[in-house]
Design a protein around this ligand. Structure first.
Ligand SMILES: [Zn+2]
Length: 214
């Protein structure tokens, strides 16, 4: 999923999709009466290729990314999970070169002001080293740090897709405590499923021991 919103002075985008993402992004922007030129800020939850597809369309914008994924974004490292590695072997990656994007990275919880809005970035390492959840207008955009399947519901990042699934789960336990002071109404994963942000949601994600760990 690519999420877009009007902000002061332009449009912000969270993640950039995969094949065909350019058309989907332009369709979404036109629904807002905007064009790619209006995009001023792009927030990447992590640098797996299915989150970067339309980067060329918005390469003039400021890009925000967890520091740990910078090398992955620039193609100087390969993903750790066997599924994204295998996908790279089938079709080579089209990635920005160093210096081609205005890149802003962060390595700890960071608040960024966009006109009247604030975007809070929360590193949640494990799916990739620099995986980040973004809180914007009460919705937490968790990327692939939170997964969803029709059978098992919500869960932590999935093993075959992730660098370190244990670390990814621990990062979520930690994230939950860091979010206590924030107003969060909704959580959206990168692959199209959102939920109310509640204790039931966390029990679904973390399992029965979630309450004790808290
Ligand atoms: Zn991913």
């Amino acid at each position: 999923m690519t999420y877009i919103a009007r902000i002061e002075g332009g449009v912000m985008v969270i993640d950039l999709g995969w094949w065909g993402a350019e058309d989907a992004l332009e369709d979404g922007l036109s629904e807002l009466g905007a064009s790619p030129d209006d995009v001023i800020a792009v927030f990447i939850t992590h640098a797996h290729r299915d989150h970067l597809g339309a980067w060329r369309t918005v390469r003039h914008a400021s890009f925000f990314l967890g520091k740990g994924d910078e090398e992955l974004l620039l193609g100087r490292e390969r993903p750790g999970g066997w599924i994204p590695r295998w996908a790279d072997r089938i079709r080579s990656r089209d990635l920005p070169k160093p210096g081609e994007l205005q890149l802003h990275t962060f390595a700890s919880d960071t608040a960024m002001t966009l006109g009247a809005d604030t975007v809070h970035a929360f590193p949640v390492p494990g799916h990739t080293p620099g995986s980040t959840a973004y809180l914007f207008r009460g919705t937490l955009f968790a990327g692939d740090a939170i997964s969803h399947t029709p059978i098992s519901g919500f869960g932590p990042a999935r093993r075959g897709y992730s660098d370190d699934a244990e670390l990814a789960r621990e990062a979520l336990v930690d994230l939950r405590t860091r979010l206590v002071d924030h107003e969060v109404q909704r959580i959206c994963t990168a692959h199209g499923t959102c939920s109310e942000f509640s204790d039931e949601f966390w029990e679904d994600v973390l399992g029965d021991d979630a309450v004790e760990e808290r």
